[in-house]
Design a protein around this ligand. Structure first.
Ligand code: PRP
Length: 181
């Protein structure tokens, strides 16, 4: 597994430190709120949402949503499909969407609009990674871990063909791994 990584972009310690900082920022911003609802976007956000939740010093509820990646044909339209919806009624709740990476921004643009229609008390976005070079949709990220270059990254929840999610760090995948398939 590790031999498929060209180089490590973010060591586990760097990620842990930054996640704690984000949690402190969120704790400060929601000091007056009794309970936050963290919405993880499956599957990439799993490691991030777990570490973030463990660092928050307040009541949090967790829920998850899964949406399909748009295919080539719909890439510019931003049309995505909900594969697994939330179990929680979010109306009147303070919601933070937790994402691993913002690439084109289409997923989050869709998700924000979709959840906003359900009348939450507030709705913010927390993303670990941002690839600004790839952005086509306008998305405001309220809490961001790291800006990263336009490289194929895996690890800490991010996959290539469902592999590498369990790497503790975030690394750049060797091109021969995805070119060879
Ligand atoms: C990835 C990532 C985001 C989305 C970002 O999910 O987790 O949800 O793509 O891309 P965008 O900004 O261009 O919309 P993916 O579809 O790979 O599913 P996964 O999280 O299950 O790996």
């Amino acid at each position: 597994m590790h031999q498929d990584i060209a180089y490590v972009l973010l060591e586990h310690d760097q990620i842990t430190t930054r996640v704690r900082e984000l949690a402190q920022q969120i704790d400060r911003d929601y000091a007056d709120v009794d309970e936050l609802l963290l919405v993880g976007v499956l599957k990439g956000s799993i490691m991030f949402i777990v570490d973030l939740a463990r660092s928050l010093q307040r009541h949090v509820a967790l829920d998850f949503i899964a949406i399909s990646s748009y295919g080539q044909a719909t890439e510019t339209s931003g049309v995505v499909r909900v594969l697994k919806d939330l179990e929680t009624d979010i109306s009147g709740r303070h919601v933070v969407i937790v994402e691993d990476i913002v690439d084109s921004g289409l997923t989050l643009a869709y998700l924000r609009a979709n959840l906003q229609r359900r009348n939450p008390a507030s709705l913010r976005i927390c993303a670990l990674l941002d690839k600004p070079e790839r952005r086509t949709a306008d998305v405001v990220i309220d809490y961001l871990g790291f800006h990263i270059p336009n490289e194929f990254v895996v690890g800490y929840g991010l996959d290539y063909a469902e592999r590498y999610r369990n790497l503790p760090y975030i690394g750049v995948l060797r091109p021969e791994v995805y070119r060879g398939r």
